[in-house]
Design a binder for this molecule. Structure first.
Ligand SMILES: Nc1ncnc2c1ncn2[C@@H]1O[C@H](COP(=O)(O)OP(=O)(O)OP(=O)(O)O)[C@@H](O)[C@H]1O
Length: 348
């Protein structure tokens, strides 16, 4: 089993309704997810994530542009061709969508029964899937007797039953506690590594992107505003929406004596400019800040800092303040030496 390419080319989706008679759910979306990639789509509520995801298995059709899976045009496929594409695309859900009247075994067997797979083959394949997701002891239990994490494991096994090339994940960990989230993400990582299938997941949590996605696309009001390898986007975010998502996961916040006094525009008179400085690698920052002080005479107050990791790659996040009158010069100096900066505000 190998992954398939998912491609969106200039995709738009419009629904009837709203004040103008037409709601734009997606506009001019172009994105390619290569085989074996784990791509996270992050956006706020209503940004268009579900609409985007549902186009990959033909639950929604684009109003304009083309969506394809493994080179096959999903938006224009009908009948047997659409059913064939859907067998290549498994999906897991926030609320698991299991049948309460069927056991774990029975739920996982469902897509195989629908596909007309012979009973003996179903038994052996479901047995393998149950082992893969670690639910041997629960095979004969009903969903009501399972924890949230176990239910999502059933959802994952069911999604894999038809040996898909693509797995879609619709907020699959949003209903789970942090510890269970980690075990489910680890399972998805293992599946991606062992089976090579392409995973497209939507989430509103940057931590999920950091923990599992090799690539990320940020969606805002129906448009992709930033996309690329997760590490690059975390280290040097360009769009304000990306930055606001990132500020929730960096693990560092301004101390309250600063955040309580922070204003957006620079006040008159003496003031400090508060900056977030992001840098690749674990040790890049100290010499840069010290050199800036030595070379330019700009002194730096360090307010908070931490080293984060994406996969094996460390990157740093530092909150500092400098004299606001020298702010532009400090940012320019740091940017020229490969550090990203973002103005968080000003304090008097
Ligand atoms: N069937 C529909 N009819 C009319 N408008 C729709 C329909 N489906 C989605 N929309 C609108 O399209 C926009 C995008 O919705 P979508 O559900 O894709 O966003 P989302 O990012 O998945 O949000 P959430 O995280 O809240 O699920 C929203 O403005 C929504 O109201």
């Amino acid at each position: 089993m190998t992954g398939a390419t998912i491609s969106f080319e200039n995709v738009g989706k419009f629904f009837a309704g709203g004040a103008k008679g037409r709601v734009t759910a997606l506009q001019d979306v172009s994105l390619t997810v290569t085989p074996g990639e784990i791509c996270g789509i992050i956006g706020r509520s209503g940004a268009g994530k579900s609409t985007l995801l549902r186009m990959v298995n033909g639950l929604e059709r684009p109003s304009e542009g083309t969506v394809s899976v493994g080179g096959k045009d999903v938006g224009r496929a009908q009948g047997a061709a659409l059913r064939a594409i859907r067998r290549d695309v498994g999906m897991i859900f926030q609320h698991f969508n299991l049948l309460a009247s069927r056991t774990v075994h029975g739920n996982i067997a469902m897509p195989l029964e629908i596909a007309g797979v012979p009973a003996a083959e179903i038994r052996s394949r479901v047995g393998d899937l149950i082992a893969r997701v670690g639910l041997e002891a629960q095979a004969d239990r009903y969903p009501a007797e399972l924890s949230g994490g176990q239910k999502q494991r059933v959802g994952i096994a069911r999604a894999l039953a038809t040996r898909p090339k693509v797995l879609l994940s619709d907020e699959a960990t949003s209903a789970l506690d942090p510890e269970t989230t980690q075990t489910v993400l680890a399972l998805l990582r293992d599946i991606n590594r062992d089976l090579g299938l392409t995973i497209l997941l939507i989430t509103h949590e940057m931590a999920v992107v950091r923990d599992i996605a090799s690539h990320v696309a940020v969606i805002d009001q129906g448009r992709i505003v930033e996309a690329g390898p997760t590490y690059d986007v975390f280290v040097a975010p360009r769009h304000p929406t990306t930055r606001s998502f990132l500020s929730g996961v960096t693990g560092i916040t301004l101390p309250r004596f600063v955040s309580g006094r922070l204003v957006e525009t620079r006040p008159g008179g003496a003031a400090e400019e508060v900056l977030r400085v992001t840098f690749a690698g674990a040790h890049a920052t100290d010499p840069m800040l010290a050199r800036m002080t030595a070379e330019r005479g700009i002194s730096v107050n360090i307010l908070a800092g931490a080293i984060e990791e994406i996969g094996p790659h460390p990157f740093g996040n530092l909150l500092i303040s400098v004299d606001a009158a020298r702010g532009a010069e400090a940012r320019d100096y740091l940017n020229r030496h490969g550090l990203s900066t973002e103005v968080l505000g000003y304090v008097r």
